[in-house]
Design a protein around this ligand. Structure first.
Ligand code: GLU
Length: 321
């Protein structure tokens, strides 16, 4: 953590953090391009982190395909690939320290029970705190292990949004106590991500607006670890002509489909960059040419304009448990 803080102080360090649950779709490819571009325009570092803790969601071959896609586009990352699955020891020791510090509590509420008690079409499912003050043990009960939750103090969780309105969610009403270790024993995404942003020295995160609400939970963990969060830039999700956002689940096309349509890397880079307002439509250029053509000021303005075009944080999902 101390090393991470020292690294952050040295200047821009960004990252792209895909989950290997399938091939990158065009929205992911654009996020990768924009975060690479921002890092390079700052003369900073760009790390590649594979978020592979949730093993049941991992698709065989997806990581290799992600690496190959980034390389095909010309997006080179700094240092070795960081895999969350190889850092479980670090996350577990942070978790134990938090538990010793008395900020976690065991929770026996099941997802199904919480779904039953939440509003039928409720916006965000905020944990109502049923187990907060119960005297439950950390061991299993009736064959079920508890999840471990971080107790959040009431008050705002705030962070910097580089191009939009400052990020802010109320801990009690907008976030709720965060699961850091799931009942199935898996270390939670919020824990790993918060630890990684700090320990890797990430200064700036650029990612999709679907992760906007998750930021509050991650900021809460970072606060417990005694450090401030990176700066964030949550970009509107890229939607198809019908307004539906591209996602792995919707089967949105990735590079393979582009190639089948006869696109080479220059044409794909042109399409991704023009969709973000950085170059005219039909542009053809390499990522290096794109970087040479732009300045950081032009890049920032395009991000601001892109956000203005949508009304507030778009497609804000509830915090991922
Ligand atoms: N791996 C997660 C995803 O692909 C999180 C990425 C992030 O924090 O940027 O949705």
């Amino acid at each position: 953590m101390t090393e991470g803080a020292a690294r952050r102080a040295q200047g821009y360090c960004g990252r792209f953090a895909p989950s290997p649950s399938g091939p990158l779709h065009r929205g992911n490819l654009r996020t990768a391009l924009l975060s690479w571009l921002e890092a390079r325009l700052h003369g900073g570092l760009w790390l590649l982190r594979i978020d592979d803790l949730d093993t049941p969601r991992i698709q065989a071959g997806a990581e290799a395909a992600i690496l190959a896609d980034l390389a095909w586009l010309g997006l080179s990352w700094d240092g070795p690939v960081v895999r969350q699955s190889e850092r479980r020891g670090l996350y577990a020791s942070v978790l134990s320290a938090l538990r010793r510090g008395g900020v976690l509590y065991p929770c026996q509420c099941s997802r199904r029970m919480l779904a039953d008690v939440s509003a039928p079409h409720g916006a965000l499912a905020i944990y109502p705190g049923f187990c907060r003050d119960r005297d439950l043990g950390w061991g299993g009960q009736q064959g079920r292990l508890p999840s471990w939750r971080l107790r959040l103090e009431p008050g705002p969780l705030q962070w910097t949004e580089r191009w939009g309105v400052p990020g802010r969610l109320e801990a009690a009403s907008g976030v709720g106590d965060v699961v850091l270790r799931r009942a199935d024993g898996f270390l939670a995404y919020h824990l790993a991500t918060a630890v990684d942003e700090l320990s890797l020295g990430i200064s700036d995160v650029l990612r999709g607006a679907d992760l906007w609400a998750s930021t509050a939970a991650q900021v809460a963990v970072m606060q417990q670890l005694g450090q401030g969060p990176p700066r964030y830039g949550h970009l509107p999700l890229w939607c198809d002509a019908t307004g539906l956002r591209f996602s792995k689940r919707s089967g949105a096309e990735g590079l393979e489909a582009y190639r089948q349509r006869g696109f080479d890397a220059a044409a794909v880079v042109g399409e991704l960059a023009s969709s973000a307002g950085l170059v005219p439509q039909q542009a053809r250029l390499s990522v290096q040419e794109l970087c040479q053509q732009l300045t950081i000021a032009v890049f920032q303005q395009a991000m601001v304009d892109g956000l203005k075009a949508v009304d507030g944080p778009q497609a804000v999902d509830g915090p991922k448990a």
